[in-house]
Design a protein around this ligand. Structure first.
Ligand code: HEM
Length: 445
């Protein structure tokens, strides 16, 4: 157990994947399962409680690699969890991601009707994620997990997505990812922004006080809810050629194109934040974890001359900037892993390859964390007085949006912003604690 302030986090009961940042570089695999036989499903939970590492013991037998197991609402039903317990889960989770499509901006080409099957269907019951620093170690952990499910005839693996760090060690648009993370009281894992105080554990793990000062009502019985959390998986296709074409069409030189990319993200591609180096990239700063997230906005840049208020990182985490609402209530743990081939540097034509990000959110509040940020920050500009101007990089800019750059003497508005990210599917999941996995294994309904 780790003690911090007044919280004792039961790390030995929390899945390691909840708190542990993903390695860099990395190799990852997502496997989805359908439970055809409830007894086999329970046996899978029992085996999972053995091969899933706890947050207290981040070094699994396979070294720096680990497996996480999460269930959809349909999965809990397939295991035979009783109705009163099912009813105690967050209502967004009960509905599932596909049913929340409208609220999430998953419309038009991103709508569930176009999702990759079986994503968003009632067939998805269990999501297994394996993450490791390289392919050989990934195979080793996968091997052990495979032994656990292959001999179970009532369990069917129905989808698999392999992810791997690109040779550039950046995400597909070319930016360093995995930089900014909140610190969590009692987790023992430091945050990355020394100017952000650690957040209450209840924001990320169920069963502990949260930022509202109380205990969130958690799934019942307590043994099932405690030390669990909600996880959101989204397969997001990235239109890299379209992004490059847009930068080129709206800039007079390659240097200006890089500046525009940085203005849209809030960071240069190296990860260096505009807040600390507004005029030119600084790769050394970008690569330095002591400095690359050490900044706030309000005092130094309230208007957004350095970091536009509409940029991806400033709208998804406004830090201390004056925006309506309380920023600490809308934070999240993120674990992005890339899939698909790199579009070679300089290529402006679309090669029709599937590439993008498996976006993963971890947090105790699906509604006020993930859904709020997705709908109110990414897909709306109202909170910054920008009407329907959406996130310039990941927004559902369906009808061609616009991006505004605060500048002196007059701001610059770039119209005709197309959609660069398309949803290929996703799921809302519950990631139980290890005791809860055993409780699920012992169900006798
Ligand atoms: C393909 C889609 C996406 C890409 C390529 C992408 C890329 C990035 C990059 C490069 C960063 C900056 C590096 C870092 O802080 O780790 C970042 C930060 C962030 N992104 Fe995304 N992102 C995507 C989707 C999303 C979505 C859907 C959300 C939320 C609903 C989101 C929320 C955040 C947050 C909260 C941060 C941290 C901001 C901060 O603390 O400064 N991102 N993203």
């Amino acid at each position: 157990m780790t003690e911090a302030a007044n919280v004792m986090l039961e790390l030995e009961d929390i899945q390691s994947g909840v708190l542990r940042p993903r390695p860099a570089p990395y190799a990852a695999t997502y496997v989805l399962f359908r439970i055809d036989d409830r007894k086999a499903g329970r046996e899978l939970m029992r085996r999972a409680s053995i091969f899933v590492a706890s947050a207290a013991n981040p070094t699994s037998p396979a070294g720096d690699a680990w497996v996480s197991v999460a269930l959809t609402f349909q999965g809990l039903k397939a295991l035979g969890v009783q109705q009163d317990s099912l009813d105690s889960f967050a209502w967004e989770f009960q509905q599932g991601m596909a049913a929340r499509a409208h609220a999430l901006g998953d419309t038009g080409e991103s709508s569930p009707a176009h999702w990759e099957k079986p994503l968003g269907t009632p067939d998805v019951h269990v999501v297994l994620t394996a993450l490791s620093p390289d392919a050989p170690r990934l195979e080793a952990v996968l091997d052990r997990a495979r032994k656990a499910y292959q001999e179970l005839p009532g369990i069917k693996a129905i989808w698999r997505q392999d992810c791997h760090a690109l040779p550039t060690e950046r995400e597909a648009f070319g930016f360093r990812d995995g930089v900014s993370h909140p610190a969590i009281e009692g987790s023992g894992i430091p945050g990355t922004n020394p100017q952000e105080r650690p957040l209450k554990a209840g924001e990320f793990v169920l069963g502990y006080p949260d930022e509202m000062g109380g205990l969130l009502s958690m799934p019942q019985p307590e043994v099932l809810g405690r030390n669990g959390t909600y996880v959101v998986f989204r397969k997001l296709h990235q239109r890299v050629a379209a992004f490059r074409q847009y930068l080129k069409a709206n800039s007079s030189s390659p240097e200006k194109a890089e500046l525009l990319a940085a203005k849209m993200m809030g960071r240069w591609r190296s990860g260096a934040p505009l807040a600390l180096c507004p005029f030119h990239d600084d790769p050394e700063l970008g690569a330095d974890p002591q400095r690359n997230n050490d900044f706030l906005y309000e005092e130094d840049d309230p208007i957004g001359y350095k970091t536009p208020i509409g940029s991806h990182i400033r709208r998804t985490n406004p830090r201390d900037a004056a925006v309506p609402g309380v920023v600490s209530l809308h934070r999240m743990i993120r674990r992005g892993t890339a899939y698909g081939p790199l579009l070679p540097e300089g290529v402006l034509e679309d090669d029709a390859a599937e590439r993008g990000l498996m976006f993963a959110f971890v947090g105790a509040h699906l509604g006020r964390q993930f859904e709020f940020v997705q709908s109110e920050r990414v897909n709306s500009g109202t909170f910054i007085g920008a009407g329907d101007a959406q996130d310039p990089i990941v927004g559902a800019n369906a009808r061609a949006g616009s991006f505004t750059l605060p500048r002196r003497p007059v701001r610059q508005r770039l119209p005709g912003l197309p959609r660069f990210v398309v949803t290929r599917g996703g799921e809302y999941c519950f990631m139980p604690g290890l005791r809860a996995l055993r409780w699920l294994a012992d169900l006798d309904t």
